[in-house]
Design a protein around this ligand. Structure first.
Ligand code: SAH
Length: 229
């Protein structure tokens, strides 16, 4: 997958994406990263990318002419995304959808956001990482990419397979344990030491259902609905 980032802080990338599984995948060429500085497309020697609100109001808005020039020069194929609190919320299934693309171009907003005309002109897809406000799209872009890149073929080894992770089947994951078997008087549940695979699977499923029911009734409903069809 080819990833292009339009940002005024290209040095933030790859950031944490340069570590661990996503970092290894970057080195191996499973995905590539091109962080483009929007300021390179500014028209004045100060590299201005923002201006005050038309209609008044606090803060600054990213100019359509500068951002538009950056998009025109760098966006050619695939999905064009703007990280935005008004966007479609990122979920595991949305991450799967994005992971099937060959190319993603991601606009990172700063200040109060970007001029609406750019979003309209390029029919930009808006993605939110949740109902809260960040200072910049870069943080959101890295979180979105982390979720997407780990789904690309060859990124997760067998030992980290997707199988029964939270959200993969609408359920939250069961509790997990490792050695030592007894820690500060707390034991690992006996069934996990039994070597009985069917019983272990059954226990994990039951735990998964219980925890989803308790913490996320919305997901539980989705799960039950999916079983009904
Ligand atoms: N005034 C805007 C918020 C601007 S925050 C509003 O009220 O909607 C500055 C930038 O951070 C945004 O342009 C966007 O790119 C990014 N951002 C903030 N919160 C985000 C979120 N929840 N998801 C994705 N991007 C976000």
């Amino acid at each position: 997958m080819k990833v292009k980032i339009l940002t005024i802080f290209p040095e933030i990338f790859p950031g944490f994406l340069g570590y661990s599984l996503t970092g290894k995948a970057l080195k191996e060429g499973i995905w590539s990263l091109d962080a483009i500085n929007i300021r390179d497309y500014a028209f004045d020697k100060h590299g201005s990318v923002d201006d005050t609100h038309c209609g008044g109001g606090a803060g600054m808005v990213m100019r359509p002419d500068v951002l538009g020039a950056a998009i025109k020069a760098n966006y050619h194929h695939g999905r064009l995304i703007y990280m935005s609190p008004r966007g479609r919320q990122l979920t595991q299934s949305y991450a799967h959808e994005l992971s099937r693309e060959k190319e993603l171009t991601i606009i990172c907003g700063r200040f109060e956001g970007i001029d609406q005309r750019v979003l309209d002109a390029y029919n930009v897809e808006e993605v939110s990482i949740g109902d809260y406000i960040l200072t910049g799209g870069e943080q959101g872009a890295q979180i979105m990419l982390d979720a997407v890149i780990r789904l690309l073929p060859g990124v997760l080894g067998n030992s980290e397979s997707l199988g029964d992770e939270s959200f993969e089947n609408s359920l939250l994951e069961h509790p997990q344990y490792t050695r030592p078997i007894c820690w500060e008087g707390r034991e690992v549940p006996e069934v996990l030491l039994s070597g009985h695979h069917a019983k272990i699977a059954e226990w994990r499923k039951a735990q998964s259902l219980e925890i989803t029911e308790k913490r996320r009734p919305d997901l539980m409903k989705k799960y039950l609905d999916s079983k009904r069809v």
